[in-house]
Design a protein around this ligand. Structure first.
Ligand code: TXA
Ligand code: MG
Length: 322
């Protein structure tokens, strides 16, 4: 871990596991290292990055005017699958925030990520900027092998990929805008609206949960930019076409809860037993569809609230309106 932290200090990239998905990390104070993240991902440079920190104590380094409810959320759910968007401090430069006056912060709940963050902080590091470790518009990786498959050819010999096994949550963190009087969910995840309301005693401002744009282009962008990203073929999606509202036919891939049977000739890719397991295996099952060269995948979406909201949000984007 010390050597991976040293690579960050030297300006190289370190892909690391978190409880949600794998991240592609760089020293959040090094503009050249952060520029390489965008290059390796093929991501437009004005999209802001989440800064990963080792503990709640570092919040004040990167953010200012932190509202009481954001502190309550951080105390309750960090380390955990939650990103708080706060007013930025001077430390959060334009190359992190895409020129906005806010910054996204998160303490990940994974032993490898925390060990890396702690080793990096011990040598003077302030935080690790990390998007999901996939090419722009693709499915996020939930294993080290998937990171290498996505980014291997774009990484240099000094860059590092840490292997921490399969991610436990499987979908990206809940992003909560904490810059207004009331919290607002910008991206649903494992920390649900109910959990936010429980911790803060406030009512969460509702947002449309499944705009057909990519996870890489949240509400921070203008309507016009969202339209551009959302109109790209296969945005935030596997190469296979994803369908949500139909019965699978022979030759198609199929992802559904275990109690739903597989019709004859259909290729079953995953049979999760509950919504948590659904989130955990979703991205690897979509990758498996591509590995098997399937042209089409039908997903029977989980109903209900909690993490099912996040699953439906990602599937709506992957299906791109189908
Ligand atoms: O679970 C996660 O959040 C993973 C792991 C690696 O931590 N990270 C992740 O990062 O999903 P990324 O960059 O793939 O998605 C983060 C999203 C982007 O859509 C970005 O636009 C948005 O968060 N974001 C980052 N900073 C923001 C800010 N200051 N205001 C609004 N949105 C922000
Ligand atoms: Mg992403």
């Amino acid at each position: 871990m010390v050597s991976a932290a040293a690579q960050l200090t030297a300006g190289n990239l370190v892909a690391f596991p978190t409880e949600t998905v794998y991240g592609l990390g760089a020293d959040a104070c090094n503009s050249q290292a952060v520029a390489r993240i965008y290059e390796v991902k093929g991501r437009p440079a004005d999209h802001p990055l989440i800064i990963h920190i080792a503990s709640i104590d570092r919040m004040g380094d990167w953010a200012s005017d932190i509202p009481e409810y954001a502190i309550k959320l951080a105390r309750e759910y960090w380390p955990g699958p939650m990103t708080l968007v706060l007013r930025r401090s001077e430390l959060a430069a334009d190359f992190i925030t895409g020129g906005q006056d806010t910054v996204g912060l998160r303490v990940p709940d994974h032993v490898v990520a925390l060990a890396l963050l702690e080793a990096f902080e011990k040598t003077g590091g302030r935080g690790i900027a990390a998007p999901s470790a996939n090419r722009f518009g693709h499915v996020s990786p939930t294993t080290a092998a998937a990171v290498i498959e996505e980014l291997g050819e774009y990484l240099g010999t000094e860059d590092v990929v840490l292997d921490g096994g399969a991610c436990a949550v499987g979908v990206e963190s809940t992003i909560i805008d904490c810059t207004k009087e009331l919290p607002r969910v910008l991206r649903p995840g494992a920390i649900s609206v109910d959990m936010i309301e429980d911790a803060t005693g406030l009512q969460v401002v509702s947002t449309q949960a499944s705009k057909p744009n990519s996870d890489d282009s949240l509400s921070t962008l203008s309507t016009e930019e969202i339209r551009v990203s959302g109109s790209l073929e296969n945005h935030y999606a596997p190469a296979a076409k994803v369908f949500l509202c139909e019965a699978p036919t022979p030759g198609q891939g199929f992802i559904a809860h275990a109690d739903i049977e597989t019709p004859k000739g259909v290729i079953r890719l995953a049979s999760p037993r509950n919504d948590e397991e659904f989130a955990q295996i979703l991205y690897s099952a979509l990758r498996e569809a591509d590995a098997q060269g399937l042209a089409e995948v039908v997903v029977s979406q989980p109903i209900g609230i909690g993490i099912a909201v996040a699953i439906r949000d990602r599937l709506a984007r992957a299906a791109n309106g189908r």
